[in-house]
Each structure stands twice: as C-alpha cells, then as structure tokens.
Write a protein that binds this ligand. Structure first.
Ligand code: HEM
Length: 181
C-alpha cells in the first residue's frame, strides 16, 4: 500500500486549507463594507485568522522538514514530480508571504494587531506612509498569486483522484485507524 502523510501533516493540511479559504472570502468582502463598527470587527477577524494561519504554517513547515513527505509513486512521470514539488514550494512561500505582507501593511498603516483582543503582537516597523501603499499592493497581488497556485494544486489533486486513480489523493485524507502505510 502507498505510504501516507503523517496524521499531524494531514491535520495541518486541512485546517490551514480551511482557514485560508475563510481568510480569503472575508478579505475579499470586507473592503466593500460601508464604514461601521462591524466593518472594523470584520477587519480584526481577518487579521486574527491570518496571524493564526501564519503560526500554523510555521508549525507545519517544521513538521514537514522533520517528518518529510511520502515518496511519489514510480508511475508518475519526472515532469509531474517536478511540477508537484515546485508548486508545493511556491505554496509554502505564499503561505508565509501573504499573511506577513498583511501584517506589515497593517503596521505601516499605523494599527497594532491585538490578537483576538487579548494581547498586542510585536510592532516590528513604525507607521510609514511611504511603505503603506507598497505593502497594501503586495498583499493584494500575493493573495491573487496564492489563489492561482491553490487552483493549480486542487486541479492536480482532482486529476490524481478522478483520472489517474493512483492513490495520491488518499495520502492526504484522514483515516479512522490513523494507519501510516
Ligand atoms: C493567509 C492569510 C491571508 C489571506 C488568504 C488574506 C487574504 C486577503 C484578501 C483576499 C484580501 C482582499 C484583497 C483585495 O482587495 O483584492 C485581503 C485584504 C486585507 N488583508 Fe489579508 N489575508 C491574509 C492575512 C492577513 C493578515 C495576517 C493581515 C494583518 C494582520 C491582513 C490584513 C489585510 C488588510 C488590512 C486587508 C485590506 C487591504 C485594503 O486595505 O484594501 N491579511 N486579505
């Protein structure tokens, strides 16, 4: 039977996927809301979810580096293995770059991030009218690149599940028994 991802990796994968989708949807609608206390609350939730993603992605990367990933099946052509590898690298880079750009944009705009209203996260840069538009544009552009990489990733996963039927998709699905191979 084909080797699977560890239970911890599977947990991080689906939790982070879900939170990214939520952060993306909230981010996309919040800027169009008319100014109100509700809008400020939604902005805060977007930031809190985004910072949570950042923390989870850091833990996930550590897990990935220590536990590795199961090898690709020998039936997979080399170009597909390369494409999969580099898409995964790109996804990791973006999963850091997107929340970090949002975080630094918020700081450059002069707002501290008070995580779930409980404690203030480090103010790593001072408010900066020069950096603010650059960081805002970076966050917006990076979210679009993340969305594109996300769709390529999902399309490839579905191809494995529905066309190739080579068991690749199941490697990332939770199992009741928690079997690892
Ligand atoms: C993976 C995590 C994140 C995702 C997927 C995400 C996604 C998005 C999206 C889709 C938008 C709308 C962009 C547009 O107008 O086209 C947005 C806007 C925004 N995000 Fe995020 N974001 C994330 C993390 C963060 C974090 C951590 C912060 C701050 C702590 C943040 C702060 C903002 C702000 C302030 C805006 C409004 C930009 C504006 O003024 O137009 N985001 N985000």
């Amino acid at each position: 039977m084909m080797q699977r991802y560890s239970r911890l990796s599977i947990f991080f994968h689906w939790l982070i996927a879900l939170l990214i989708i939520v952060a993306f949807i909230v981010g996309s609608i919040m800027t169009d809301l008319s100014f109100s206390p509700f809008k400020l609350k939604v902005f805060s939730w977007h930031k809190w979810i985004g910072v949570t993603i950042l923390g989870l992605v850091a833990l996930r990367l550590i897990t990935r580096l220590f536990k590795g990933a199961p090898p690709y099946p020998s039936t997979m052509p080399a170009w597909q293995k390369n494409a999969a590898h580099w898409t995964h690298v790109l996804l990791y880079v973006l999963m850091f770059a997107v929340p970090l750009s949002g975080y630094f944009y918020t700081l450059a705009a002069g707002y501290p991030v008070v995580y779930f209203g409980l404690f203030e996260l480090p103010v790593l840069i001072p408010a900066s009218p020069e950096l603010k538009p650059i960081l805002k544009l970076s966050h917006i552009v990076l979210t679009k690149v993340l969305a594109a990489a996300f769709f390529i990733h999902v399309a490839a996963a579905l191809k494995h599940a529905l066309i190739d039927k080579d068991g690749m998709f199941r490697r990332m699905l939770p199992t009741k028994s928690g079997e690892t191979s």
